[in-house]
Design a protein around this ligand. Structure first.
Ligand code: APR
Ligand code: PHB
Length: 396
């Protein structure tokens, strides 16, 4: 384990996709950085997360030199299906978006590839860094204090701090309450997800609306499937045997699709809440927020990881220009540029979530609006084009 440096140019708090990708891009550009991650590497790599990458994401990963395994093992998807009232509407992403597609490749694999690349580049990633605390973020000489079992209390002086520590992290909380504004919408349901080592129900994803609730059929590989069903807020995984889960999933799918369901023992089963959340601005003094530290989207549109990547696109280009060209113009625009794209992804994720889930409290009017939303989508190429453009990812 390399000695923790006393000083660096950019201290990155959080070793998830946002923090790791930022560290790799900065390292490639000759900018000194250190990653402080609260958890062990094993813990970080044990997390099961979404797996649909926009073209902008795959392009940036390749540019950062971590696209090789993704291109070998990832699956290009040209479209997906929406199931409604027993009907199946195919959304042809490639045709509707003018040739763009998405890549199915698990976030865990992206994180794995990023860690491997950082190790190979010798970038210090300090795991089990406890109580990382941004300090003097309003000054020109910020620092981060933290503690490790082996090194005790430590402090790293730096020029900038990147808060990539996720929704429950410390960095956003460091910004004075009167200098940050948050926007939030909670949804009255969660997603119960199951991972099963069986071939997927079909090659492309299926997003299903049903009177009993939403269902999603996804995958990680031709041998590993990922399924979700909408569940009550406060529901407990213990209430769901594998059999009960697959029975409910089967009920919510059209017979033509459900007929191909291959059941098996779940190797992971968990419930995630759904929320929309944005913090503005994404910068305070020398502290920059990126990824889930600054915003959360409901997983319906598969935007979480992709938004973290686009934040890093904006933040890394600003930091590199600051150090290489002594030009801080892009860095000063970071929050404005990142938020412009964040809010468009928040809108899309909210719209898709609102259309396809069952809202018990919306009554007859809400359900008729959902029906009309789907009927318009099914009958309008313009509506399908708008859906496709958002799903494959709006330009950076
Ligand atoms: N100090 C150091 N590390 C911390 C702290 C802290 N105080 N608090 C949290 N962390 C770490 C977490 O352990 C996690 O590994 O920060 C990392 C944040 O990673 P993510 O939560 O994955 O967030 P991000 O990198 O922005 O990626 C967003 O990840 O959670 C998914 O759905 C989300 O797909 C989206 C993507
Ligand atoms: C997933 O595979 O976990 C996944 C896919 C698409 C989504 C959400 C999650 O919209």
């Amino acid at each position: 384990m390399s000695e923790t440096p006393r000083r660096t140019q950019v201290a990155i708090i959080g070793g998830g996709p946002a923090g790791l990708l930022l560290a790799l891009i900065l390292n490639r550009a000759g900018v000194d950085c250190v990653v402080l991650e609260r958890r062990s590497r094993e813990y970080v790599l044990s997390r099961i997360r979404a797996g649909v990458l926009e073209q902008g994401t795959t392009d940036l990963l390749r540019l950062a030199g971590v696209g090789a395994r993704m291109d070998r093992e990832g699956l290009i998807h040209d479209g997906f299906d929406i199931a409604w009232r027993g009907e199946v509407l195919h959304i042809d992403l490639r045709e509707l978006s003018g040739g763009k597609t998405v890549m199915v490749y698990g976030q865990t694999e992206v994180t794995h590839d990023l860690y491997d690349a950082l190790d190979a580049a010798g970038v210090p990633v300090i795991h089990e860094a406890e109580d990382a605390t941004p300090e003097a973020i309003e000054s020109d000489t910020p620092s981060v204090s933290f503690r490790t079992r082996s090194g005790g209390e430590q402090r790293i002086e730096c020029d900038f701090i990147a808060g990539c520590d996720g929704y429950h992290g410390v960095c956003r909380q460091t910004i004075p309450k009167d200098r940050i504004e948050t926007f939030e919408r909670e949804y009255p349901f969660g997603w119960l997800g199951v991972l099963v080592r069986k071939p997927p129900i079909q090659e492309e994803l299926v997003y299903a609306h049903h009177a009993r609730g939403f269902a999603l059929c996804s995958l990680r590989s031709p041998q590993l499937s990922r399924y979700y069903i909408q569940c009550r807020n406060g529901d407990d995984v213990k209430n769901w045997t594998d059999e009960a889960f697959f029975d409910e999933l089967q009920t919510r799918l059209p017979d033509s699709i459900a007929a191909n369901l291959q059941r098996g023992p779940s190797i992971e089963k968990s419930i995630a809440p759904l929320r929309s959340f944005v913090a503005e601005p994404m910068r305070y003094g020398r502290l920059f927020l990126a990824g889930d530290a600054a915003h959360i989207v409901p997983p319906t549109g598969a935007k979480g990881l992709n938004l973290a990547v686009s934040d890093i696109h904006y933040l890394s280009r600003g930091l590199v220009a600051h150090y290489q060209e002594r030009d801080s113009g892009l860095l000063d625009r970071y929050s404005e540029d990142a938020l412009a794209r964040v809010w468009k992804a928040e809108r899309f994720s909210w719209w898709f979530t609102s259309m396809i889930h069952r809202f018990e409290d919306d009554g007859g009017f809400g359900q008729r609006i959902q029906e009309a939303e789907f009927d318009f989508l099914a009958s309008s190429r313009a509506a399908q084009t708008a859906l496709a453009e958002n799903y494959v990812g709006l330009p950076f």
